[in-house]
Design a protein around this ligand. Sequence first.
Ligand code: MG
Ligand code: MG
Length: 258
Amino acid sequence: MSWAKRKVQIKNPAEVEIMREAGRINATVHATVREMLVPGTTTAEMNDVAEEVLRKHNAISPFKNYPGPYPYPASITVCINEELVHGIPSSKRKLKEGDIVSVDCGTLFGGFVADSAFSAGVGKLSKRAQKLLDVTEGALMAGIDKMRPGNKTGDVSAAIQKYVESRGFYLTREYTGHGVGRKMHEAPQVPNYGTAGRGLVLRPGVTIALEPMVLVGTAQTKVLADQWTVVSADRSLTAHHEHTIAVTEGKPLILTVL
Ligand code: MG
Ligand code: MG
């Protein structure tokens, strides 16, 4: 049975606290690799540094050996420009001035997973590229704001879709946000498009990784010959922001921050 069809796992406060710790470690990985976003850094170097940070915190990445066409070979994914998700770090891939770099990392700590991603520029970005980053981050925040008890997952999806499409950008239908906890991918599936009022009712203890994946020119994607890297079909710029969030009695709690 696919993860999306399973029962939603509600986390108790102690479990949310462990996920918060995993989220802090994940944010530390992000802060560390963010400093490496300068021309000449290879994406393999970024992966090495991420692994070092995880090791120091007695954590590992659930990405490593994740099942797919073949087991995923690294601990983070690094995507440049037209690469949307699942880019495999490589010692041959060097960052250049003006690149958009998207880093996705998961942290498995104390039996629980935190999952988050960010996109940022190398040096100075074009206006269009900067707008793409701002819209992607804004879409994530618009989705998070809907993660309140009594709302439904469709409210979250619809908010993200409206935010992005009203600004002239596109969202992939192929890859989605998801529940997260003991496993990286749990029910429910939370697409970046949808209808308000539909889906699962949110309640305290629901933990979800929201992750708008935004494209400048098309919603269509392709998978490269390495069988993992997903690119925009028209090779236009892309960006990806993700946080793991817990629904509480009050405001949504973002777990993947320092
Ligand atoms: Mg992720
Ligand atoms: Mg995710």
